[in-house]
Write a protein that binds this ligand. Structure first.
Ligand SMILES: NC(=O)c1ccc[n+]([C@@H]2O[C@H](COP(=O)([O-])OP(=O)(O)OC[C@H]3O[C@@H](n4cnc5c(N)ncnc54)[C@H](OP(=O)(O)O)[C@@H]3O)[C@@H](O)[C@H]2O)c1
Length: 118
């Protein structure tokens, strides 16, 4: 099965480009952002709607939205393998601290900061 990646801040800028590159590598990609309509538009612009990608609302400062996005991603694609936390937060430790422990759990978590896909 292809790996599943979740990208925060994926409705524009570096996050959308990261999502594009992951899709080009045949991963299944969950694009997220606070503005769900903009995230859906980004998905459509990438030509990925209804295929291996999904648009989900996720605000990195809102633990409930993180949990909901994770549930949606898992229901559709199964466990998330890769989290690219691109959305204006430097790394998961800071997200964890801000949320008192709430976080996305990736099966094999790789966090790639500042828009670099490795
Ligand atoms: N562009 C550069 O040259 C550059 C250089 C160094 C570092 N960076 C870092 O790289 C990241 C992306 O940069 P960018 O230029 O692509 O930024 P951008 O164009 O401003 O895009 C930011 C993205 O993050 C989302 N976002 C903002 N606040 C959010 C929140 N609380 N929760 C979830 N999503 C949120 C935005 O969507 P919504 O508003 O819909 O949530 C948007 O998709 C940022 O962390 C930035 O600091 C960028």
């Amino acid at each position: 099965m292809p790996h599943v990646a979740l990208v925060t801040g994926a409705n524009r800028g570096l996050g959308r480009e990261i999502a594009r590159q992951l899709l080009a590598r045949d991963l299944r990609v969950v694009l997220t952002g606070r503005d769900e309509a903009a995230t859906r538009r980004a998905l459509e612009a990438l030509g990925a709607a209804g295929k291996n990608a999904l648009a989900v609302r996720l605000d990195v400062t809102d633990p409930a939205s993180i949990a909901a996005a994770r549930r949606t991603a898992e229901e559709r694609f199964g466990p998330v393998d890769i989290v690219v936390n691109n959305a204006a937060v430097r790394g998961v430790p800071r997200v964890r601290a801000a949320h008192g422990g709430a976080r996305l759990r990736a099966r094999r978590q790789r966090v790639v900061g500042r828009g670099t896909v490795r």
